[in-house]
Design a protein around this ligand. Structure first.
Ligand SMILES: *Cc1c(COP(=O)(O)O)cnc(C)c1O
Length: 464
């Protein structure tokens, strides 16, 4: 380290010295010493990093500015806010994985508040007073909606696949098409999962083409299951031929092995499928085509909380329910409350209340009306902005080909990176998209009631 840097580091004041400054003492009186001391440490740490990383080292005035009262006040304010906070999603990505995928319907939010704010009939049958499995709150609904024999529910989609593989093919071979042995969303790899639980994953066919005869010749006495991974969630370039569930089912039945369908998304409304998603495979279709069990997430196209549903043949689901892993993968009462409330909306034909469906169905005219309201706010405040067409997406590893035409507010800015950063750290936080020298706010994923808050946030960030 250069002598110059070393000197700058040594010149940084100590925490107590900063705390004695009048501006900082006021903060201590207002918010208490611990939170302010932590904020001061954080400010000093980032000043230190700046000294160590900048080429050439920062000037003394710049360092003074970095540890000024105002910076400490901002750091304190940041510490007073919760870390996990509400975000306005202006990215146009409906199932944004980093923003928690599906927002819940008001009915599901109410169910979470009610079950979480007190005790709940989680494992008590209120009629008999006896103990009852927690999954029962959603199992009946899943069975009705999918017209299937049995179902269970676990923590997330990956857990559902893991449980199915372990319970149905633990210690044995699982056949999977080479073209389907890919990473899912970067964090859930079928290969790693099965290896970690002691199944042997046997690739079938070539990455370009897998035929039914490839499965037929790979099946042997060690085969426990065939795993079909839904490929609609990602694109494998050059992969041209896969075997459908309907073709695999008779083979699996004849050989006495289970056919596990890892579907990913659990689309429950048929009209949405026909209108928007061009035949996205649904759990119902999977089971009708003959899969033994189908696994899907509660928080993708289903529009509920993070959960994983496994549905299908009674005898097969029973094996999952009785497996010791089930205890480690079970859902908590909040997730079950939200999932039950969401599924009830489907059963009662009130799917229009599910936000994911609203975002998929919203018309250009509606989006334009939302844009007009925001633009008129911005023009009154003399912020330059305009309405532009944009492309939205379903996201969440779902339906990659259905790009959705959307509407965005475009704000030209001399430093768009700075503006998006101000939006992210504002209150409410807004996630926007940077495009060329502009900031784009996609309106499809912005709730109708969030329009005013978004307009105010954009106004504030654009001025900076
Ligand atoms: C998303 C996905 C999963 C994992 O589901 P999580 O709910 O994220 O755990 C598994 N398989 C497929 C095909 C998926 O698309």
């Amino acid at each position: 380290m250069s002598a110059e840097r070393n000197e700058l580091l040594l010149e940084l004041p100590a925490v107590p010295e900063i705390c004695e400054r009048p501006g900082v003492s006021t903060l201590i009186e207002l918010h208490g010493r611990p939170v302010v001391v932590h904020a001061v440490r954080q400010v000093l740490e980032s000043a230190k990093n700046r000294i160590l990383s900048n080429e050439p080292p920062p000037a003394r005035e710049e360092i003074q500015a970095l540890i000024g009262d105002e910076v400490v006040a901002v750091a304190v304010a940041g510490r007073l806010k919760p870390g996990l906070r509400r975000v306005i999603n202006a990215t146009g990505v409906i199932l944004h994985a980093n923003l928690g995928r599906a927002p819940l319907a008001p009915e599901a939010v109410a169910a979470v508040a009610s079950a979480g704010g007190g005790y709940a009939s989680l494992e008590v049958d209120v009629v008999s007073g006896g103990k009852a499995p927690r999954e029962r709150h959603v199992v009946g609904l899943v069975r009705d909606l999918l017209e299937c024999e049995a179902a269970t529910v676990v923590n997330n989609g990956a857990a559902g696949v893991l449980l199915a593989l372990q319970a149905l093919a633990g210690g044995r071979d699982v056949l999977v098409s080479s073209g389907e042995m890919v990473e899912l969303g970067g964090d859930f790899r079928v290969v790693d999962t099965t290896v970690s639980i002691g199944c042997r994953l046997v690739p079938v066919g070539s990455p370009q083409r897998t035929r039914l005869s490839d499965y037929e010749s790979a099946i042997g006495p060690e085969t426990g299951a065939i795993l079909k991974v839904q490929r609609s969630s990602y694109d494998v370039p050059g992969f041209s031929e896969a075997v459908a569930v309907g073709e695999l089912a008779p083979l699996a039945r004849k050989k006495g092995v289970s056919l596990i369908h890892d579907l990913g998304s659990g689309l429950l409304s048929d009209d949405l499928n026909e209108q928007m998603l061009e035949g996205e495979m649904t759990p119902k279709n999977s089971l009708r085509s003959g899969s033994s069990v189908v696994c899907f997430s509660g928080d993708k196209l289903l529009g509920g909380p993070q959960t994983g549903v496994v549905a299908g043949e009674e005898a097969v689901v029973r094996l999952l329910e009785e497996h010791p892993l089930m205890r480690a993968l079970r859902c908590d009462k909040l997730a079950l409350a939200a999932l039950e409330a969401t599924l009830r909306l489907y059963r009662d034909e009130r799917v229009e209340a599910v936000p994911i469906g609203q975002m998929l169905r919203v018309t250009s005219a509606e989006l334009e009306a939302r844009a007009d309201a925001i633009l008129s706010h911005l023009s009154r405040r003399k912020v330059k902005a305009s309405m532009v067409k944009c492309v939205d997406s379903v996201g969440g590893g779902t339906a990659p080909y259905s790009d959705l035409r959307g509407i965005a507010i475009e704000v030209p800015h001399s430093r768009p990176g700075r503006m998006t950063s101000r939006l992210r750290t504002g209150d409410p936080a807004v996630l926007a998209v940077m495009r060329d020298a502009c900031v784009h706010l996609h309106l499809r994923t912005v709730g109708e009631y969030e329009g005013d808050a978004l307009a105010a946030a954009v106004e504030k960030a654009a001025r900076g």
